[in-house]
Design a protein around this ligand. Structure first.
Ligand code: SF4
Length: 270
């Protein structure tokens, strides 16, 4: 594989899929969260989900490093069942064999303009003629496949591998595995191709060019990021973000709601 980004330029602005999603949905919120670094309180429910998600990712990482999970799984039968079912499905569906090269928590990045696009694949499976990206999700499969196809996680992850490896887009796929006790794991695969790659390239150029403009205006004229053209005119967040009269507690609550729009497929780093 052709790793081209091992020496990273520190002056670049790093952008992950979560940041691209937020930038696309709500530029003012992107400014608040990533540029002004205003942290948001996390509700106990979200905290619990994040903890379980992190533990599950660690388990998978341990397994693909060749470490035994027995001591952990032997004390939790439900977890053991679901992990066994997931590994069986992964082995079968992705044709894991002695020829396969795998790496958990595989990091990829690519310089594009002023930005460093980054991704961490939960699992990368490399065979001679194909490369498969796997991502663990610790919730049930969403109904709307198209929404997931349009999410920057799907688009960016596929794009980065095509750009930073010798594989053709047609040889690359991404599969989400949805894991939630006590349900059977469900896999959802997105195949990549040249046409999708060209489409993502154009979309990326557009969103990065918009970000260039936002940053220029911010630096030159101290102008806040403007509202997305796709938003509804009566968006409740508008007043909450920018009205001086906005009540802080209300604003925090609404901020959490907005973040939850993208939180469901937020990358969990461990
Ligand atoms: S209208 Fe609302 S959701 Fe849209 S960009 Fe503005 S604050 Fe964000």
């Amino acid at each position: 594989m052709n790793n081209i980004n091992n020496s990273e330029n520190q002056s670049l602005i790093r952008l992950s899929q979560a940041q691209l999603n937020l930038l696309e949905v709500c530029p003012p919120q992107f400014q608040r969260v990533y540029l002004d670094q205003l942290s948001l309180p996390i509700s106990p429910d979200v905290q619990e989900n994040l903890l379980w998600g992190n533990q599950f990712h660690q388990l998978m990482q341990q397994h693909f490093l060749g470490l035994s999970l027995d001591s952990i799984l032997d004390i939790d039968q439900e977890l053991k069942n679901i992990v066994k079912a997931l590994l069986k499905s992964v082995n079968e569906q992705h044709n894991l064999n002695a020829e396969s090269w795998t790496e958990a928590e595989h990091y990829r990045s690519l310089e594009k303009g002023n930005y460093l696009l980054t991704a961490i694949y939960d699992l990368l499976i490399i065979n001679e003629n194909k490369a498969q990206i796997l991502d663990w999700k610790t919730y049930l499969q969403p109904q709307n496949k198209q929404k997931l196809a349009n999410n920057w996680q799907t688009k960016l992850y596929l794009y980065l591998l095509a750009e930073t490896s010798d594989y053709l887009p047609e040889q690359i796929s991404m599969t989400y595995w949805f894991v939630k006790i006590p349900h059977e794991p469900q896999g959802l695969t997105f195949e990549y191709n040249e046409q999708l790659h060209d489409k993502t390239t154009l979309e990326l150029e557009k969103i990065l060019s918009n970000l260039d403009n936002y940053l220029f205006e911010l630096n030159q004229n101290n102008a806040d990021f403007s509202h997305s053209k796709n938003c509804e005119l009566n968006c409740p967040y508008y007043q909450l973000f920018f009205s001086e009269k906005a009540d802080d507690n209300d604003a925090e609550e609404e901020n959490r709601d907005l973040l939850s729009m993208i939180d469901e497929i937020e990358e969990v780093s461990i």
